[in-house]
Design a protein around this ligand. Structure first.
Ligand SMILES: Cc1ncc(COP(=O)(O)O)c(C=O)c1O
Length: 396
């Protein structure tokens, strides 16, 4: 897990001073507008194609309300992948939808529009939310085809997709809206924030209205809504984060490269997933079975190394969602893929990299690793030394 590092106070100051001068603190003030316009330029969208919001969840809710509206008796269902962060389901539920969990593809952990069309009864479905798992791309053209064929509204949860949208805007952006999260743990962060992106400027207007009490150009509430506006203070962090993005992005990519060279010569390398395959805030190990995953978890835990099964074993296992409608979930279920994904704690540390050790807390700037740390996984021993270098031994 990335240890967040957002812009330091000095970098925020010039932007914060503008807030002092204008005394505008929210309601799409000058900083929020500037942030939206700079993001639009960054992604090659029309200036109004970016709607900044108070969180990724708020952006998702705004996009759902503007695209599908609230659930209706005829269309009460939202199809959501079981393998995602809980916010995907929370957003659909907040708009009144009853959730139906479906499984993800074995290769990329995402919903497959063709399989959905071929194998599912879509009666009563008013909304589908494909998720860019771990910040991978969601194919805009494939989902537009699905939408056009079925008439079902589609909203993409691309919470962690900042980087892939930056590198592949034509593949990921279009008429269907995509919500990004700027939560501190994402590669590009402001603390709490997000935005919804689309090439459809009318949809963008409806999204802006949906996160502003249904107001647009007047104080008349014209649509289903929430208060999901981004404050000027968070916009200031966003502007400073954009100022330093090239540098931060480069540092994060070099952390992924650091892990890769450390794992060279071990079987872990081919199971390792990091930037640019996924967002640079993730460092993942893909295990082949649940037993593999448990073995790796034990090795990491035994060495005091933090890790997390990032999307857990599926949304259907959360207490609140137990008993909800779902198809069989062989890929998501623990026996298969979700039990296969572990996420190291990954700390960006002034350009160097290190793995957090809970047993041996890292004190001071120049201690990168505990004195010695060994992980054994499938007969491979990974040794982490205290001299800021990490390497992997061959077969034991
Ligand atoms: C897949 C996914 N969807 C939605 C969200 C919600 O974003 P936020 O925390 O900014 O509301 C997150 C991240 O937290 C996420 O990972």
């Amino acid at each position: 897990m990335l240890r967040p590092q957002l812009p330091a106070a000095e970098r925020l100051l010039p932007h914060l001073r503008k807030i002092d001068a204008t005394r505008v603190y929210s309601n799409f003030g000058p900083l929020a507008l500037e942030f939206g316009a700079r993001l639009a330029h960054h992604f090659g969208l029309p200036e109004t194609g970016v709607v900044v919001a108070s969180s990724g969840t708020a952006a998702l809710i705004g996009a759902i309300l503007a695209t599908a509206g609230r659930a209706s008796p005829e269309k009460p269902l939202a199809v959501v992948p079981a393998f995602t962060f809980i916010a995907t389901a929370s957003a659909a539920e907040a708009c009144g939808y009853r959730l139906r969990f479906v499984d993800v593809d074995r290769e990329d952990f995402e919903l497959d529009p063709k399989r959905l069309l071929a194998e599912h009864d879509l009666d009563g479905v008013g909304l589908v939310i494909p998720v860019g798992a771990f910040g991978q791309a969601v194919d805009q053209a494939a989902w537009k085809k699905f939408r056009d064929k079925t008439g079902i509204a589609v909203v993409v949860d691309g919470a962690a997709c900042f980087e892939v949208v930056t590198s592949s805007p034509s593949h990921t952006l279009g008429e269907i809206s995509l919500a990004l999260s700027f939560h501190a743990t994402k590669s590009f962060g402001v603390g709490e924030g997000g935005c919804a992106l689309t090439r459809d400027v009318n949809l963008a207007m409806r999204m802006a209205r949906a996160i502003n009490f249904g107001f647009f150009g007047s104080r008349d509430c014209q649509s289903a809504n929430i208060n999901g506006k981004l404050s000027e203070y968070h916009a200031a962090v966003g502007l400073a984060e954009l100022d330093g993005w090239a540098e931060k992005s480069h540092a994060l990519l070099s952390v992924a490269e650091g892990y890769r060279s450390a794992l060279k010569g071990t079987s872990l390398l081919e199971r390792f997933l990091a930037a640019p395959q996924v967002a640079s805030c993730y460092a993942l190990i893909r295990c082949e079975t649940a037993t593999d995953a448990q073995r790796l978890e034990r090795a990491l835990a035994g060495n005091g190394i933090g890790f997390r099964r990032w999307y857990g074993a599926g949304l259907h296992l959360h207490s609140y969602h137990a008993g909800l409608e779902r198809e069989a979930l062989p890929v998501t279920s623990v026996a298969q893929i979700s039990g296969k994904r572990l996420r190291f704690r990954l700390l960006d540390h002034g350009g160097a990299f290190r793995i957090a050790s809970q047993k041996h807390p890292i004190v001071g700037d120049d201690v990168a690793f505990p004195t010695k740390l060994l992980i054994t996984f499938h007969g491979h021993e990974i040794s982490l030394s205290s001299n800021r270098r990490m390497w992997a031994n061959g077969v034991k």
